[in-house]
Design a protein around this ligand. Sequence first.
Ligand code: NDP
Length: 286
Amino acid sequence: MSARIIDGKAHAAALRARVAEGVRGLARAPGLAVVLVGEDPASSVYVRSKGRATREAGMRGFEHRLPADVAQADLLALVARLNADPAVDGILVQLPLPAHIDAAQVITAIDPDKDVDGFHPVNAGRLATGLPGFVPCTPLGCLLLLRDVHPHLAGLEAVVVGRSNIVGKPMAQLLLTESCTVTVTHSRTRDTFAHVRQADIVVAAVGMAGLIRGEWIKPGATVIDVGINRTDAGLVGDVDFASASEVAGAITPVPGGVGPMTIACLIRNTYVSACRREGLDVPKDL
Ligand code: NDP
């Protein structure tokens, strides 16, 4: 193996420690409200770990569990109460929502200035136009890992594989803001291999186990694997780690790469929200 392994757990722990230190300096504990509709086991695990991370950072966690058959109007009424609650700095509605609920309408109902997931169209627009807002946690975590490998990202060729609203598109926007030359590929791209092969930076966010193999990677490239795929061999990414780590210069493992950064960035965004709402400067090293 030649690649440097990017230790997402260590980066996430360091970020969470910086946030916890910032929180100790605030006059009040920031609050994060997490709304879970139904009993989806994976979502329950995510919500529990978000609650734990919130408390460990010295913040207040408000968990709202609603039955799977909750009426959309009741969910919207809860969001409205959280928008108005001064103790709540961040609101997160855990996705996916049951089929009878219009997820876009629920996300749009969240106050953009409490939308710590960064999914509200106002925050997507702010990201696209360079205004301060909230950036979705997973791509933000990827960017922080990339900046550690490449203090200067400007001019690098970056390929983002996947164009979802929560990962691929905001990732591409972030890399563009860093002055990378950005290509986004998706299921209709004629030859994703040919694009990836040119890239100094590859971010894989597809949801297909081991899609991107070592022979796709330009020697020395940095590979960020967002994918989480449950297989008989356990959790694996969208990148075939064994072959890609022979060629890449740096690579994130799955698990232990991007995943821990996602929750750390949620805590970060909640702290940033509290600072803004209190009229305080946000520390630069976040
Ligand atoms: P989506 O299913 O929303 O998007 C997948 C994207 O991959 C789509 O844009 C799709 O294209 C594209 N795609 C599908 N097949 C190909 C192909 N053969 N070549 C190139 N692109 C292709 O997934 P998400 O973005 O939500 O998530 C992606 C992965 O990241 C999943 O494994 C998910 O579990 C994981 N994830 C991990 C997180 C973490 O914290 N580590 C957080 C969020 C997600 P098209 O648009 O044309 O359909």
